[in-house]
Design a protein. Structure first.
Length: 655
């Protein structure tokens, strides 16, 4: 094996939801999808891609996703045993080399006198690409950055011809991580080696043109001593309040521990974080260190790396609250170790899904060599067994040892990792993509659908839930039936792929309209339609058959502008109906009489329409039934000499 898990410097319960998904697949509501953690074969046809830059060893150390879905990987291109350059490769969304990027998808950049390499990459909102790492000044490496235009050319407005180098100490300086602030300033983090104290945490902030930002630390640089010997920053992230959080390793005199630090915007340590701005955590029984750091949706900090279990290294995670307190809800003590392969395993990258689950990526020893390895954790630190059945996934990429050094999660939930794969002779850039969200949305339902509506135009709402990438759009369909029919017509889509959780719909008098909604998430998974929610629009009095003496009337205060009234006891109105729910629309007034409602010869209800004041368009429920009831409805005037006013009949066939 060529990968050493002991190197500490340089690069460094959904069970119910799954059960529901399987049920929906079996019932035909949704199509079966590859499980989370399986390789995504839509990427380069096999889910992986290796890219030789030159004839020797090439390694990707960082990854970033463009808004258009293209994938940017940055790392090191080895020219010879004595020379290497920055390398940046851009891939299309399907895994091909993007030929709009410098003609062949690959860019190499010499910066110093010999050894140069990129360990980190970040994207600016304007599409420019910032790579950070190191460049030799003939004696020692300096921290180095290069900025590229979106076509792969160097951005000559940045530093000197697109390049910047910064010497912090008197010997070794290196950037292992980089981030772009919202104001466009660039923060690079890594280490600086001091002659007496060894290596220390180092942060440098640049203005957008590549000049040092003198408002940060001392002339743009900050160094922090954490342990008595070598300390390195390997990961960086911006907190929601703008603070800068870094993670790496710090020596404790005998071994290395996880180390985190939190800085204010001016570069000073944030003393609300563990009292002095710094935190070290012992995870295993020997050397431990963090390679990556992320912020969860609730603001907690998660560092991922490796820890020694007494025999080998394991994936390791540490979770703290924003103030640096170990989060005891995370596996009891804020720390997790996970064995994946047969010997040493190590995480080099971490990412957080929108639902708070944490994905770590790196390498695991499988069958005598290292393969790319992933593990997914629930927010409580337990392995998410819905991810590749046991929470862990490994895949070979090259002919020998493979590693994932960096990871990003696409908006559709797919997990993209970048690193190196051995081609039998040397390492090549390697990229692999995994399914990250295979669970369809669930819990779809309509909101605000009344049983009856006198208004023919209604605004209805809907919702659905998703456990990962989130709802992208909804589809709403409806079908209808007449007041005198027991069967519905076919479903019609009335809102297709709408992002809005509400919409306006128009009904028709005398019909029942049933609505269903389903959600589609950003991964493209489509959920089941919701149960039907049905609204009945009444027929007005003109549809009713007249028996006996009934007067016609008009007025804007009545349903659809008309009504029928009678003072003739025994006079009735009739209508053939099929219903599960039945109501009549009447006017209540002082001196108004009673109305008896029959289905055939069965009395359903006697309605007293008397009231102290006049109220028009009053909907009064008459009958409900689990099964459809059919027959001739009769509305009988039951108070001779007193007025009864009928405005309509509301039928809801239900579902």
């Amino acid at each position: 094996m060529t990968w050493s898990s002991r190197v500490v410097g340089g690069r460094r319960s959904r069970a119910a939801a799954i059960g529901l998904m399987l049920l929906l697949v079996q019932s035909g509501w949704i199509e079966a999808a590859a499980a989370d953690g399986t390789i995504d074969n839509t990427f380069n046809g096999v889910g992986t891609r290796t890219t030789p830059i030159g004839s020797f060893a090439d390694t990707a150390g960082a990854i970033a996703l463009q808004p258009d879905g293209k994938i940017v990987a940055a790392g090191t291109y080895t020219i010879s045993d004595l020379n290497s350059d920055f390398a940046v490769v851009r891939y299309t969304t399907d895994g091909g080399l993007d030929t709009t990027f410098d003609g062949d998808g690959k860019v190499t950049t010499p910066i110093g006198a010999s050894y140069d390499g990129a360990n980190a990459v970040a994207l600016q909102p304007d599409g420019k690409i910032v790579a950070a790492g190191y460049a030799y000044n003939a004696s020692y490496p300096d921290l180095a950055l290069a900025r590229y235009n979106s076509d792969g050319s160097l951005d000559t407005s940045f530093g000197t011809n697109g390049k910047v180098t910064t010497a912090i100490g008197s010997t070794y300086d290196q950037a292992n991580a980089v981030v772009i602030q919202p104001d466009g300033k660039i923060v690079a983090a890594g280490y600086t080696a001091q002659p007496v104290t060894g290596a220390d945490f180092a942060l440098v902030r640049y203005n957008s043109d590549g000049t040092l930002d003198t408002t940060f630390g001392t002339n743009g640089t900050v160094t922090t001593i954490i342990g008595p010997d070598d300390d390195f920053v390997n990961g960086i992230v911006l907190a929601p309040d703008g603070d800068i959080v870094v993670a790496g390793k710090a020596s404790n005199g005998s071994n290395n521990d996880f180390a985190l630090a939190r800085y204010e915007l001016d570069g000073s340590l944030d003393t609300t974080f563990d009292g002095d701005g710094m935190l070290t955590a012992v995870v295993g029984s020997g050397d431990d260190f963090a390679s990556s750091v992320v912020i969860t949706p609730d603001g907690d900090i998660v560092a991922a790396g490796q820890a020694f279990n007494g025999t080998n290294d394991d994936f390791a995670l540490v979770r703290t609250s924003p103030n640096g307190t170990l989060d005891t809800s995370f596996d009891g003590d804020g720390k997790v170790m996970t064995a994946i392969g047969s010997s040493s395993d190590f995480a080099r990258a971490a990412a957080v899904q929108p639902d708070g689950r944490i994905v770590a990526a790196g390498a695991a020893a499988i069958s005598g060599k290292y393969d790319v390895a992933l593990a997914r954790y629930r927010p409580d630190g337990t392995l998410d067994v819905t991810f590749h059945t046991d929470g862990k996934a490994t895949t070979p990429v090259g002919a020998n040892d493979d590693i994932a050094n960096a990871m990003a999660i696409q908006p559709d939930g797919k997990i993209v990792v970048a690193g190196a794969a051995h081609d039998g002779s040397y390492n090549d850039f390697a990229v692999a993509r995994f399914i990250g969200d295979s669970t369809a949305p669930y819990g779809a339902r309509m909101i605000g659908v009344p049983r009856y509506s006198l208004a023919l135009t209604r605004t209805l709402a809907w919702t659905a839930s998703d456990d990962n990438t989130g709802i992208d759009s909804f589809r709403v369909r409806r079908r209808s039936a007449s007041y005198n029919s027991s069967t519905y017509g076919s479903w019609d889509v009335v809102k297709g792929a709408t992002a809005y959780p509400y919409g306006s719909f128009k009904g028709l008098p005398g019909r029942t309209f049933c609505y269903q909604v389903r959600g589609r998430d950003l991964a493209g998974n489509v959920g089941a339609y919701s149960p039907s929610s049905c609204v009945g629009f009444p027929v007005d009095d003109r549809t009713l058959n007249v028996h006996g003496s009934w007067a016609n009337g008009t007025g804007s205060a009545y349903y659809r502008g008309t009504f029928r009234s009678s003072t003739d006891g025994g006079a009735y109105l009739s209508l053939p109906v099929d219903y599960r729910y039945l109501a009549v629309v009447v006017t209540k007034c002082s001196g108004c009489g009673k109305l008896k409602v029959f289905l055939g010869s069965t009395l359903l209800r006697t309605i007293d329409t008397s009231a102290s004041s006049t109220r028009r368009k009053v909907v009064i429920a008459v009958s409900s039934s689990y099964l459809v009831r059919s027959g001739t409805l009769k509305l009988v005037q039951a108070s001779g000499g007193k007025k009864v006013i009928v405005d309509g009949v509301a039928v809801n066939l239900g579902s």
